[in-house]
Write a protein that binds this ligand. Sequence first.
Ligand code: AGP
Length: 613
Amino acid sequence: MCGIVGYVGSQSALEVVMSGLKRLEYRGYDSAGVAVLADGGLATAKRAGKLVNLEKTLGRRPLPTGNTAIGHTRWATHGGPTDANAHPHLDNAGRVAVVHNGIIENFAALRAELADRGHHLASETDTEVVAHLLAEEFSSCADLAEAMRLVCRRLEGAFTLVAVHADEPDLVVGARRSSPLVVGVGEGESFLASDVAAFIAHTRAAIELGQDQVVELRRDGVTVTGFDGMPAEVRTYHVDWDASAAEKGGYDYFMLKEIAEQPKAVADTLLGRIDATGSLSLDEVRITDSELSEVDKVVIVACGTAFHAGMIAKYAIEHWTRIPCEVELASEFRYRDPILGERSLVIAISQSGETMDTLMAVRHARGQGSKVLAICNTNGSTIPRESDGVLYTHAGPEVAVASTKAFLTQLVACYLVALYLGQVRGTKRADEVQEVIRDLSRMPHEVDRVLETMEPVRELARSLAYQDTVLFLGRHVGYPVALEGALKLKELAYMHAEGFAAGELKHGPIALIEDGLPVVVIVPSPRSPLHDKVVSNIQEIRARGACTIVIAEEGDEAVVPYADRLVRVPATPTLLQPLVATVPLQVFACELATARGNEVDQPRNLAKSVTVE
Ligand code: AGP
């Protein structure tokens, strides 16, 4: 998820774009850059790191202010956070500049074609191919909007593109496919941005671009067409958010926005990793297939929510690869003198990539000669840099301390690694891998469906706002989900909450059950051999007075008589159920914390990244 701004009008384009980027910096802060049209040419500046680095560069070497400019704050997906990989990207003649949000899945093939035609590409990004393709098309049609339409028709994946050409000084052209782009319509000026936060200081008249559309931005207004060049109808709407709300997409908290972003985060994490035959291609992992074939043990190290993702990954890895898999709290791992060797694969899961406990576990594992694969959401952070390979989740920046979309994308990445290990080792046939991939490809829609039915969960949370304790029960992959639900409630509502393996209840914890005690139970699919056991567990606690809050699959009627409150989730394959069952628990914790008046995005005593041991 990156921040994009475009402007054409009578103000200083550089100032408008830089202030807009500041509003969008939460969308990505790996690098930033601007391109300004002035004096018949194109002036650019771009720097790795936060926007302040670019501001310092501009302070030392000012650009012309101009009346047409584009800018970008980057959340790196392809290519690390370096000056060279920062946007805007230019063609070799320096006449075209383009910024991009999303993933161009077929960039490798396009890159090879361009190199064959003599283009020199200076970065590792997927974006740069667009600048060279636009230059080629523009040299034929001398129309940047038409060039954009022609190029977009060749691109695969999800993308928002915004470009300028030195030969058309009063024009900004944008294109949108499955990634946000909104237009701001001012008096004698026009704006383009990833979200309205970038321009509502100037205008509240906005146009939301539709799928596969190209927009031409000029001082006197905008023209919108499809990728096919046919005129598109545009609908202007009034933005009534304030600037702060706009950064959160209109939500009260980043956490709510990030919960809502989960379908897209899951979809983006799958993008570019499934080839045309439906098989997995994880080239970026950088650990060779022969090395993966030799692995005789997997050890997952992580903390907190990432640890819960690792617990779920264990079930998938062992089931799909038949390799023994241990899951270790990173803070405990190296102190237990673990048995590791060259055929051990250590998987380090971390959203921030800076968690010191996990980093120290990585260093210990490498010191023992093991291969380390990082699953991380922050491109270029320390843990992936110190690992042998990395599989990035594409959740985009996760601002709220309580991890939500990062967790779901960690699960997706873990499933992909487990499948890939199975594919490489032959324990999963190609058709079996493709079947799981088809199931995974359905998950963004299923998560969306869960999000649409959360109002009863919010009402329930408000009704329980002043409870002292909530317990969570689950079995198999539902057990780590129970732990995650309890963690969310602890860290957000500051409430005592505990997760248990449902089968463990009778060995002690059932003594905790008393009249009216809320107990959330994640029930496996009726197709699971554990389903009836969990239904029995529900009966046991209800008989002792518990208030049973049951999360069960649509159509599971066996639970109805024992559920004081019933939350339905879509039917999924057993191993994928955490992707849908976790969402109600996130919403429940967030709503309950809100009802208690807690600060949701920055809960007390916590930090987004724990960089101390
Ligand atoms: C989860 O909601 C917390 N924010 C915390 O447990 C977090 O998952 C843990 O600190 C690990 O962080 P990481 O994924 O950045 O390594």
